[in-house]
Write a protein that binds this ligand. Structure first.
Ligand code: URA
Length: 210
């Protein structure tokens, strides 16, 4: 597998996000092309300084054609709003995989396989290159695997890395917080609150430097 990064972002570079998204919508050779699910790419403001990378669309996202519009998306919006970010204005949101991976055993969906994440990675890197954010948040292990080639979210979360032309912080996936609703000190929710406050601090610092 070639090691894709900002300087080697994969097979093709595009002139604009619109051109890239047009090509992605016409994609027929991706590993989930025969799954019968839709291409779901982004929501929010493409000029925002904050980019969020999720996992893969779920059933609601597949229907509405936008990432993070189901329960996990409502949780994500609440987290952003708690730190005074407007999800439609201050943030651009995308995923690591652009079609819902259909589930087996009667389940509506499953986690994307590594080979699927690997296939879509060059497209995620093109989105990052063209959107050129100042800060990128990776929600959960799938996004960490896609961009950092690392997993272990409980260790990675809350720590900054400078890479891909921006500051990157892994954070918990909002679905994980829905499954762990406690707000006790040291709980995932309490840690998320620490992380998003740190993101706000960094965002304000970087904006002051402009
Ligand atoms: N979870 C994600 O990671 N992305 C979505 O778009 C929806 C749920």
């Amino acid at each position: 597998m070639p090691e894709y990064n900002l300087f080697n972002p994969g097979p093709k570079q595009y002139e604009s996000l619109d051109e890239l998204f047009d090509a992605m919508k016409r994609m027929t050779d991706d590993p989930l092309a025969n799954a019968g699910t839709n291409i779901v790419i982004s929501r929010g403001n493409p000029n925002a300084k904050l980019l969020i990378v999720g996992e893969a669309p779920g059933p609601e996202e597949n229907i509405k054609g936008k990432p993070f519009v189901g329960k996990a998306g409502q949780m994500l919006d609440k987290i952003l709003q708690a730190a005074n970010f407007d999800p439609e204005v201050d943030v651009f949101i995308t995923n690591s995989v652009f079609r819902l991976p259909p589930g087996d055993d009667g389940k509506a969906f499953r986690k994307p396989a590594d080979a699927e994440i690997d296939f879509y990675r060059p497209f995620v890197l093109e989105i990052i290159r063209l959107a050129n954010p100042k800060i990128m948040l990776l929600t959960g292990n799938v996004a960490c695997y896609s961009i950092l080639r690392k997993t272990g979210i409980t260790t990675l979360r809350g720590k900054w890395t400078e890479s891909h032309g921006c500051w990157i912080m892994p954070i918990y996936h909002p679905s994980y917080l829905l499954r762990n609703p406690s707000r006790e000190p040291g709980s995932p929710k309490a840690q998320m609150w620490d992380d998003i406050r740190e993101v706000r601090r960094k965002y304000d610092e970087l904006l002051k430097l402009e």
